[in-house]
Design a protein around this ligand. Structure first.
Ligand code: NOJ
Length: 560
């Protein structure tokens, strides 16, 4: 397997709006980030992924870009951004930028032109179609609810928007548009950035003819997923992008790819394919979704988590590369979703971190995860800011008359704002995030969960992450070892091994609050064992052949 710096690295995601405010306007900003770089260095991460900081009307918090080459006023200036890059590099860390090119904002000058007339030179930069029998051109539903088409009076046609109506999809069939986007990417890379996280990048090739999606239930709009995810020209577009842009730099690229299968991921990330280095897959994020989708919440099962993670580990082994995450700005907090954020907050946060960081792939930490930040329960819908959540609430409560309590409960479990409350820096007002009024309220648990406290306590979640990251630097088996699931049928323990040459790692994670017995499979022989990390005080000499685990206990042994 090829050795690469981005395989050996740990990435930390910053959602700038909620990270740190330096000027008291209640919104996180670039100078705020700079003020916390020493903290990130102390944690030990290698790469920062910065969610979008480009000019944007903020319909979707920056994922709707109106100018790809300037900085959003609320976040600062281009000089601030240059200073950030300089300060990141000075500390020997890297910076990757979010690349949002499936769609732009409707306020981007291209779209402003495009909607003016059918023969405007920019018309074909977007996807316009006449209506069908007085209705939308097809039955596709937007990822944020409602039709994926918006009627535009000026020319009497509809444009496609897979997200909000202020996020029109760009037309990748147009070679001129593609060249403009490649120019823009090179412009950022020439400034010295270290790569891109590519937003819904497997949506850029749509099925020709944009056919209706099957609709057995006769609904008004239906998810058109397979007609725009992993579409017919996707590999061609990515290979062209690689040739025109990525191949000229030593960078890392990660493609966000809802609906991607491991078989496709091998094509996207294969070393000989020249597309991207890794993808964000979503299968483990869907384990608690029922047939009605994300908001139809059902309990997840350990059995399914084992099956999904093991499938991804084995399918990409020696062929591609995994990215490892349990939360981000679109997902609930991992400790609330897969752990216990009340009785065993610290134990389960550490266990989940162990589970993830010991898998094969590049681990991603989402801001606040490293101190055990949790989901939030705001009393009313008025407190929520996320367009996806607000659209869903409107549709379910106002249009379909669904019970408010039930809808709020699904927001508490799955809403994106769970991850977007400000980072809890200390126990002062607004958790030290801002001296003004934060754009979204702080999680009320900030007095117990905050960075200041975590730094002072040597047993904190923070110090545990720090150790996990250091271990990755010391043991190449953590990066390059192959993965094998053991105790497949155990209903409480997720255990696996990693193997590199004569060495093995044994990773044992109790995913629940009981006291299950771990029994070492008899084929796992060793002469010496070394306890690398555990989330309880543990006697390193304890026999591991048969042991009772504590709630959410995690241990990693090196066996030789
Ligand atoms: C995925 C991003 O992570 C999410 O925040 C955004 O809403 C959509 N793509 C649309 O850009």
């Amino acid at each position: 397997m090829e050795r690469k710096w981005w395989k050996e690295s740990v990435v930390y995601q910053i959602y700038p709006r909620s990270f740190m405010d330096s000027n008291g306007d209640g919104i996180g900003d670039l100078r705020g980030i700079i003020s916390k770089l020493d903290y990130l260095k102390e944690l030990g991460i290698d790469i920062i992924w910065l969610s979008p900081v480009y000019e944007s009307p903020n319909d979707d918090n920056g994922y709707d870009i109106s100018d790809y080459q300037s900085i959003m006023d609320e976040f600062g200036t281009m000089e601030d951004w240059e200073a950030l890059l300089h300060e990141v590099h000075k500390r020997d860390m890297k910076l990757i930028m979010d690349l949002v090119v499936n769609h732009s904002s409707d306020e981007h000058p291209w779209f402003v032109e495009s909607r003016k007339s059918k023969d405007n030179p920019y018309r074909d930069y977007y996807i316009w179609r006449p209506g069908k029998n007085g209705k939308e051109p097809n039955n596709w539903e937007s990822c944020f609810g409602g039709s994926a088409w918006q009627y535009d009076e000026t020319t009497g046609e509809y444009y496609l928007h897979l997200f909000s109506k202020k996020q029109p999809d760009l037309n990748w069939e147009n070679p001129k548009l593609r060249q403009e986007l490649y120019d823009m990417m090179r412009w950022w890379l020439d400034k010295g950035i270290d790569g891109f996280r590519m937003d819904v990048i497997n949506f850029i090739s749509k099925e020709p003819g944009l056919p209706d999606a099957p609709n057995p239930e006769g609904r008004k709009y239906v998810p058109g997923g397979r007609y725009y995810m992993n579409g017919p020209r996707i590999h061609e577009f990515l290979q062209e992008m690689h040739k025109e842009v990525f191949s000229k730099y030593d960078i890392m690229t990660v493609g966000e790819m809802p609906g991607v299968t491991p078989e496709e991921a091998v094509l996207y990330t294969g070393e000989d394919r020249h597309e991207v280095h890794m993808v964000f897959q979503f299968e483990h994020m869907e384990l608690d979704s029922g047939p009605g989708g994300k908001w139809d919440v059902k309990p997840w099962r350990l059995k399914d988590l084992k099956a999904v993670m093991s499938k991804w580990q084995k399918s990409l082994e020696g062929k591609g590369w995994n990215s490892l995450y349990l939360n981000n700005h679109d997902q609930p907090r991992m400790v609330s979703r897969f752990g216990d954020d009340r009785t065993y907050l610290e134990e389960s946060a550490k266990m989940l971190a162990t589970f993830l960081h010991m898998l094969q792939g590049t681990p991603y930490i989402y801001q606040g995860e490293e101190i055990g930040m949790t989901n939030v329960r705001f009393p009313s819908i008025e407190d929520y800011k996320d367009i996806e959540t607000l659209n869903m609430y409107r549709e379910k409560v106002f249009e379909n008359g669904e019970e408010i309590e039930k809808v709020m409960d699904s927001i508490y479990k799955k809403g994106r704002d769970n991850a977007r409350t400000p980072v809890q820096w200390d126990d002062s007002e607004h958790a030290g995030f801002t001296s003004g009024t934060p754009w979204i309220a702080v999680n009320p648990n900030y007095k117990e969960v905050n960075v200041k406290k975590a730094l002072q306590d040597k047993n904190s979640v923070f110090h545990y992450y720090k150790k996990l990251i250091q271990l990755r630097k010391q043991h190449e088996i953590i990066v390059y070892g192959t993965y094998d699931l053991i105790l497949e049928d155990h209903d409480q323990i997720y255990a696996y091994t990693r193997t590199l040459g004569e060495q093995k790692l044994l990773v044992i994670c109790n995913f629940f609050s009981g006291n299950p017995v771990f029994e070492l499979p008899s084929n796992l022989r060793y002469t010496k064992k070394e306890l690398l990390i555990s989330n309880y005080d543990t006697d390193p000499e304890e026999r591991i052949e048969n042991m009772v685990l504590k709630p959410y206990e995690a241990r990693v042994y090196r066996l030789v």
